[in-house]
Design a protein around this ligand. Structure first.
Ligand SMILES: NC(=O)c1ccc[n+]([C@@H]2O[C@H](COP(=O)([O-])OP(=O)(O)OC[C@H]3O[C@@H](n4cnc5c(N)ncnc54)[C@H](O)[C@@H]3O)[C@@H](O)[C@H]2O)c1
Length: 372
């Protein structure tokens, strides 16, 4: 599959990394996929990315890329207001599409696109990536198996602190003219998706947006009037009859990427917190009363594709992060011609400790650790 990537900011990089590493995570990969073209708002970003990552061709516009018959898949990682036009062109050109959230900036646009995509017969997906974290997959299994019973109540939250500092310039995600909405679009779309995915469709909502800092510097550094919600509070009813709340915001100091949900049913409940992505908390309300309490289910990599697979059932989320950090530390040392730590010297001392421990096991005595 030849993939054309549009937009190479944070998410463009995340998608490129994902495509590049699929072959290691899901081996043997039953298909091959490669980024063969890129388009960004600034030709230089695209040229740099091509030179750095070997993405093949630079396209002057999304249209030029979409018109290229050699491109099979269009991957959209641009700011939200650009999604609709790109999606429409890509559908009309018969491409498969992977599009970042939120799909569009209005329900009219989104339903039109969903209808066109359905008729195209091509594979189209939106990036609600949190669904693919193992605890969320486990929560879905428990809900589908009826372990929660009838769902009565839920509470979702997605809290950041990125707008908590009034001295910080606004980015495009705080600007309604580019984001299409505020934090409800940016973070809330993820939480709404999770609740809908796990509990079923929403039927009614009421909401309240909040702008805590009406004036701050804008993207160009000039004073600017905030035009999009910095926090949003929602109460909602679902078709299953459950009620609940969703709170999202970027003004919550002390938070980082605090995406969480709690779902309460008649038979049990689950809790998830993205900052602790290895675990799902499950409460079995059918257990004998004196044995009830939240079980912290260790999810790690225990599920088939698209679950864990590599680096293994026991590897916690983040394990590979240590490997990539280790490799960078080493190769950066090679590059700069400097010694790095953990050194062979440090490793020799580890060796000496282990050897002394074995000796002690054999002798039954305390053994000194040699130093050289
Ligand atoms: N799923 C997630 O976890 C997640 C996280 C962050 C952002 N997002 C979504 O990803 C999308 C991109 O966000 P980001 O954080 O990567 O933004 P970003 O600002 O870091 O990058 C945007 C990229 O789009 C390019 N671009 C802008 N206008 C363009 C145009 N008209 N044609 C071609 N390229 C254009 C820019 O040059 C830049 O490379 C947004 O829809 C956002 O909501 C998703």
């Amino acid at each position: 599959m030849n993939i054309g990537l549009i937009g190479f900011g944070n998410m463009g990089r995340a998608h490129a990394w994902s495509i590049e590493n699929l072959k290691y995570y899901y081996a043997p990969l039953p298909f091959s996929a490669k980024i063969t073209g890129i388009c960004t708002a600034h030709g230089k970003t695209a040229a740099d990315a091509c030179a750095r990552y070997g993405f093949g061709r630079i396209y002057a516009s999304p249209k030029e890329m979409i018109e290229d018959p050699s491109i099979d898949v269009i991957d959209i990682c641009t700011p939200n207001i650009f999604h609709y036009d790109t999606l429409k062109m890509a559908i009309q050109a018969g491409k498969h599409i992977y599009c970042e959230k939120p799909l569009c900036v209005s329900a009219d646009e989104a339903f039109e696109i969903a209808d066109l995509a359905g008729k195209s017969g091509k594979t189209c997906a939106v990036v609600f990536n949190t669904r693919f974290l193992l605890p969320v997959m486990r929560a879905k299994e428990l809900v589908d198996a009826g372990r929660l019973g009838r769902i009565l109540s839920f509470r979702g939250a997605f809290l950041h602190s990125s707008a908590a500092d009034p001295e910080k310039n606004a980015g495009w995600k705080q600007n309604r003219d580019i984001c299409g909405g505020g934090v409800l679009f940016d973070l809330g779309s993820h939480t709404i998706d999770l609740i809908q995915y796990l509990c079923g469709p929403f039927t009614e909502v009421s909401g309240m947006g909040q702008i805590a800092y009406p004036n701050r510097r804008g993207m160009d550094g000039d004073m600017w009037s905030t035009n999009a919600d910095e926090a949003f509070y929602m109460t909602a009813k679902l078709s299953c009859g459950a009620g609940g709340t969703i709170t999202v915001g970027k003004i919550m100091c002390g938070t980082n990427d605090d995406h969480s949900f709690e779902i309460y049913g008649e038979r049990g409940s689950v809790r998830f917190d993205l900052m602790q992505p290895n675990f799902l908390w499950f409460y079995d309300n059918t257990a004998p009363e004196k044995e009830r309490g939240y079980t912290r289910i260790e999810c790690c990599g225990r599920y088939p594709a698209p679950g864990g697979v590599f680096p293994g059932v026991k590897a916690p989320i983040g394990w590979l992060r240590g490997h990539i950090g280790s490799m960078y530390n080493f190769l950066d040392g090679v590059h700069h011609g400097i010694a790095v730590s953990p050194s062979f010297d440090e490793a020799a001392h580890v060796q000496a400790v282990m050897e002394a421990a074995y000796r002690s096991d054999q002798t039954g005595c305390r053994e000194a650790v040699r130093t050289i």
